[in-house]
Design a protein around this ligand. Sequence first.
Ligand SMILES: Nc1ncnc2c1ncn2[C@@H]1O[C@H](COP(=O)(O)OP(=O)(O)OP(=O)(O)O)[C@@H](O)[C@H]1O
Ligand SMILES: [Mg+2]
Length: 527
Amino acid sequence: MSATAQGPEARRLRARLDDRRTRELQKLTSLLQVSQALSGTLDLRPALMEVFDALARHHEAVGCLVALLNRDSRELSIEAAEGFGRSGHHTPLAAGDGVIGRVIETGRQVVVPRLSLEPTLAQQLGLRTSAAADERSFLCVPVSIDRQPVGALGVCMKFDAGRNYERSTKFFGIVASMIGQAVKVQRLVVAQHRRLVTENARLKQELREGYDFSAIIGNSGSMQRVYEAVAQVARTNTTALIRGESGTGKELIAQAIHYNSLRAKKPFVKVSCGALPETLIESELFGYEKGAFTGAQDRKKGRFEVAQGGTLFLDEIGDIPLSTQVKLLRVLQEREFDRLGGTEVVKVNVRLVAATNKDMEQAIAHGTFREDLFYRLNVFAIFIPPLRERKPDVLLLADHFLQKFASEHGKDIRRISTPAIDMLTAYHWPGNVRELQNVMERAVLVCDGQVVHAHHLPPTLQTAEASGTAMNVSLAEATAAYERDLIQDALKSARGNRAKAARLLRATDRIFNYKVRQLGIDWKRFK
Ligand SMILES: Nc1ncnc2c1ncn2[C@@H]1O[C@H](COP(=O)(O)OP(=O)(O)OP(=O)(O)O)[C@@H](O)[C@H]1O
Ligand SMILES: [Mg+2]
């Protein structure tokens, strides 16, 4: 064993080697952490924060940031930052992005050993580095995708005259290249997701276009979903259950399912289960043989048989008695039944569509509806939202009914006045579309001009909020409201021209202007 190997020189060498090994190990450990952080999530910001954390813990970073170029606007913004004055998400960088901008532009790293000598950069980073003890260094390396710089990683460290900047930037360069990979993957995923969303919307649109929903009015998001559901179920033989409050249009949807299906040319048969007395419902559904009961003089086909090849619509299914529910379950399961008083088994090829406005879950809980039958019916459920939850449809429907009834009653009514529109939209429509339909038919009947006014609408809609009048107003107040309504409407038609508006109301200019002043109407806003 040589003496030199034991000497101080050898010990120093060994210590240096140990030191280097520790540093290398530390670097590898951090790189592993960085890679795990970046691959663990597609959400870039939290991943970057974890990376910054590793750099702070093991690599003396006192501040880190990643700035990225926006691909479309080419603007530079901070994606994530830690330890600087600013640390907001997507904070745009101030104009003339100095050092960071230069790194991205040239694709080359920049080292600023003393930040105090670069006050613009220090300010940009939200740092004050005046005191010598506070002196910082700033290292900035490009983040690239396919060799193209798309951003930069900036790291702030305490100033140390003996620091090996080359070694540090090399290491941060490796971290930046890993960040580049993560940005690339994230952008690919986002782009793919966007493509899929557009594709999905296009396919849905295509699917819908192949169907005819012209009888159903409504463009709201929730109705769009109803159309999609109808399009999905129409071409199948699946049993569908339509749910929704009374008057929401369940029957219309049931018809849409039938007429958009392959059974469209076969019968659509409706049975109103709620309207039939318990004793009649079975003979109605399944028919009977001659002599099955007193009065059964001839054999009668039931609705199931009449609907053969087509669709049987069981409306108000929640109202059928338990005994009939058992028989219905058999038809659904075995696609066959017997006529009353008959022995012959009748096979059926019928698609069932049922509708109800009842709370079926509660009916099951109360034992008035069989759970097994419910599940057989509820194979494909379509829920029609109440009208008050699809406000954009109210006006579309009101206009539709206005045209329909005006032409039915041979009246030339062109539009609905603004105050009337306000009332229609403010109302909560407990009776849904059916109620709106009735309201519009009444309005058409009582309307004596070309415009439906607020006073053509029924009193239920005349809430204080909607019409500006309380229910128990005086005659004077009610007349003033009526006058205001007429005058505003005339001003609207005349586009704020008072003389023209006066002529429309067959009033003199003097009286018209007097009324405008008296009622405090701002005629200028109609110009
Ligand atoms: N979206 C719509 N577009 C046009 N008309 C509609 C629409 N929804 C409903 N209607 C009309 O409103 C009326 C009530 O609709 P429908 O009879 O289908 O309601 P329902 O949900 O079956 O009500 P109920 O539960 O009381 O039987 C019908 O005259 C129907 O034509
Ligand atoms: Mg109905």
